[in-house]
Design a protein. Structure first.
Length: 65
């Protein structure tokens, strides 16, 4: 949506689009396989123990290694 344009500065284009310049330059980093596996296991534990909070879920994950 934002292109190099001699009539409008990059700063002005970002203002018109209501994004910050740092947001324009941001490039997302994909999640690692290990992190995805950890998040999947955390979801499983949360479904198994829905009343557990973050501290107890962390303790369960640490016990599993």
């Amino acid at each position: 949506m934002i292109e190099l344009c001699p009539e409008l500065s990059l700063q002005r284009q970002c203002e018109l689009m209501s994004i910050s310049r740092s947001g324009f330059y941001y490039e997302p980093v994909p999640e690692s396989q290990a992190n995805l596996a950890l998040m999947r296991r955390l979801d499983e534990l949360h479904l198994e123990y829905p009343v557990y909070g973050s501290r107890r879920l962390t303790a369960l994950l640490q016990r599993e290694g």
